[in-house]
Write a protein that binds this ligand. Structure first.
Ligand code: GDP
Length: 380
């Protein structure tokens, strides 16, 4: 393949490079010491210098010392020292493998405690792919792995301080709008699948554009799945110095996202690599909050106060009576209320109870699940 100079060659290599940069944990760029450097190789090298993952330059066909010396030409690629090998003679191959294995985390490492699975979703062009790339450039990327469900749903683990996050389906985020252009449904389904596997969903908005109904729909889907939710206003660089526009975005957010006053908002610039740490820290905080468990005694003390301050409406002339509440589950935090007429607890009263729980116990960024059940111990 390296002999040709045709556009096909350049295109096929460019596609390989894109795929590797989307999906690989590390990249080997193999060049031929016996042939001259092609312009297409220089293009590849330029592209790989932008890669988030480690890139190893492998100078192959160094069958003897003279040929090995020729590998020095490849320093010019700016990809570090060439690893000189002869695949045919086996020369240098073992060393290269040792080197690669050392740089690669083991599968076991990835499987060790993951603090949060994060799905990054949003309309096309809001900067999802730019955010992922910026995060992978700045934080320590551990490994990419294929979880086996969808063959091409590649997740990427990132270490942030002593915590570990997995970015769900990074391949999908980076590819959407390129390969999947025109197949809106496919990309929506793919985003849905990512949300389903996530603990926290970052809904990315374009700071340069008005918050739209479509953003609201995406948010709604994350809520329906009772995930942690954070709102990310990306391209915040476009708002800098424009207090009026910033204020406009804030008002739009309050309006469009009025049903999630508890969702944290982070203003990022993927372009400038700004506030990415804040983003990841906020994501981890939300993931932690989703694991919080409120002691039953505290919850019931709150229930007594809340119902006393604001008694529920009556049902067919009879009082609605709350007996008891308990947090039945975490991730999502799930609260069960035992009540004489469960189906009569009005939506607005459910919201009131949820608001009181939040005021008392926090749960910033976590969607809460409330169930209302009849008391079934025979005394109700
Ligand atoms: P995606 O479709 O959501 O993955 O969006 P992309 O990451 O492909 O970005 C869409 C466009 O927005 C590209 O032209 C990016 O360069 C640009 N973009 C992304 N992030 C930022 C940002 O923080 N600031 C600015 N000004 N532009 C950005």
């Amino acid at each position: 393949m390296g002999e040709q100079l045709t556009g096909d060659y350049a295109e096929s290599v460019a596609a390989q490079v894109e795929q590797a940069m989307d999906e690989a944990a590390a990249i080997c760029f193999v060049v031929d010491v016996q042939s001259r450097v092609l312009p297409a190789d220089e293009d590849v090298a330029a592209r790989l210098r932008q890669a988030a993952q480690p890139v190893y330059l492998v100078a192959n066909k160094a069958d003897n010392d003279a040929m090995a010396a020729a590998a020095a030409d490849f320093y010019a690629f700016g990809l570090g020292e060439p690893h000189v090998v002869s695949a045919q003679h086996g020369r240098g191959v073992g060393d290269l493998l040792d080197f690669l294995v050392e740089g690669l985390p083991t599968a076991a490492l990835l499987q060790s405690a993951v603090d949060c699975n994060l799905a990054i979703v949003g309309r096309p062009n809001v900067g999802k792919s730019s955010l992922v790339n910026a995060i992978l450039r700045e934080e320590r990327m551990i490994v990419s792995t294929t979880p086996g469900t969808t063959r091409d749903a590649v997740d990427t683990a990132v270490d942030f301080g002593d915590r570990r996050l997995v970015l769900v389906d990074t391949a999908g985020i980076r590819r959407r709008g390129r390969v999947e252009r025109g197949t809106e449904r496919a990309s929506v389904n793919r985003a849905q699948a990512a949300v389903a596997r996530a603990d926290v969903v970052a809904i990315v908005l374009d700071g340069g554009r008005d918050v739209a109904a479509q953003d609201q729909h995406i948010l709604g889907r994350a809520l329906d799945a009772y995930k942690g939710v954070i709102l990310v206003v990306n391209k915040a660089d476009l708002l800098r110095g424009d207090a009026e526009l910033q204020d406009r975005r804030r008002r739009q957010l309050r309006w469009r996202a009025h049903f999630v006053p508890w969702a944290p908002v982070v203003w990022t610039s993927a372009l400038r690599g700004e506030h990415l740490d804040e983003l990841l820290q906020t994501v981890l905080n939300v993931a932690d909050v989703r694991r919080r468990r409120v002691p039953t005694s505290q919850l019931n003390a709150l229930l007594i106060r809340a119902t006393a301050a604001h008694p529920p409406a009556t049902f067919r002339g009879r009082p609605i009576k709350f007996f008891y509440a308990t947090q039945a589950a975490i991730e999502p935090p799930t609260f069960v209320f035992f009540v004489n007429y469960p189906e009569a607890v009005h939506f607005s009263y459910q919201r009131y109870l949820q608001r009181r729980i939040r005021e008392e116990f926090g749960f910033l960024g976590a969607a809460l699940r409330l169930h209302f059940r009849p008391r079934n111990d025979g005394h109700g």
